[in-house]
Design a protein. Structure first.
Lengths: 159, 75
């Protein structure tokens, strides 16, 4: 490939097009840290290329044994609604595109601290909509509602 | 950041109080969260978190008089 001297005054706007850049000429090392934003992720109709659909849209770790079920940390959550024993709704800051999404759930401790682990508790999805989902923590032994110190949930779907 | 020292109370159709806790990273105000996350048409009250009981043994028996829910109505 022949070389071209850059003219005095620099390169004019729009002078560099896709056609002027060789394949592989620009590596990821040239990208500035944090330059790629969520909005720049692919929404391709080809499933294998659609990066945006693979990104978690909502996640939360909350204390269901504290009044109000406060979050320890979260993403895309505006608030938590404590609706009763073991009964919490997670409200989203930004709605999803539809309610055909997937929800992952889990729970940890029945007591504060590192003890109280109990694998006989279930976290059930009671209802879900574009702007929230509701979780019920159930004691598998007697099907009663249970406040759990550690409840975890993540949502994957279209945004 | 939303004020996490506040709680939003409203009465559910079941007759049990719901307690809303703002999330720490939420940029809306507590008042804006109340409008958004309290069910449409439900009256609510914003209180300090210290006013909400911490003993949850009888959680499903918590009630509040409708006349105390004076801070707004859910959108």
């Amino acid at each position: 490939m022949s070389k071209t001297t850059i003219p005095t005054g620099g390169i004019t706007a729009d002078a560099i097009t896709d056609a002027k850049i060789a394949d592989g000429a620009v590596g990821t090392e040239h990208l500035t840290d944090a330059e790629i934003t969520f909005g720049k992720l692919s929404t391709s109709g080809t499933e294998g290329d659609n990066v945006k659909q693979r990104v978690c849209k909502v996640w939360i770790n909350y204390n269901g044994a504290s009044s109000g079920a406060p979050a320890r940390d979260d993403f895309n959550v505006s608030s938590t609604t404590d609706e009763g024993t073991g009964d919490t709704t997670i409200n989203y800051s930004t709605n999803l595109a539809n309610d055909d999404y997937a929800i992952l759930t889990g729970s940890g401790r029945t007591e504060a601290g590192s003890g109280g682990h109990n694998r006989l508790h279930e976290v059930c999805v009671d209802r879900y909509a574009v702007g929230s989902h509701r979780l019920l923590c159930i004691d598998s032994d007697d099907d009663s509602a249970k406040d759990m110190h550690g409840v975890f949930s993540a949502v994957f779907g279209d945004s | 950041m939303a004020d996490q020292t506040k709680r939003i109370l409203y009465m559910q159709d079941s007759g049990v109080i719901a307690v809303i806790c703002p999330a720490s990273k939420e940029t809306r105000t507590v008042e804006e969260i109340a409008k958004k996350d309290v069910p449409t048409g439900k009256k609510y009250k914003i209180v300090d978190s210290s006013e909400v009981p911490t003993d949850r043994i009888f959680r499903n028996a918590w009630e509040i008089d409708e006349s105390e829910l004076t801070d707004g109505v859910g959108d």
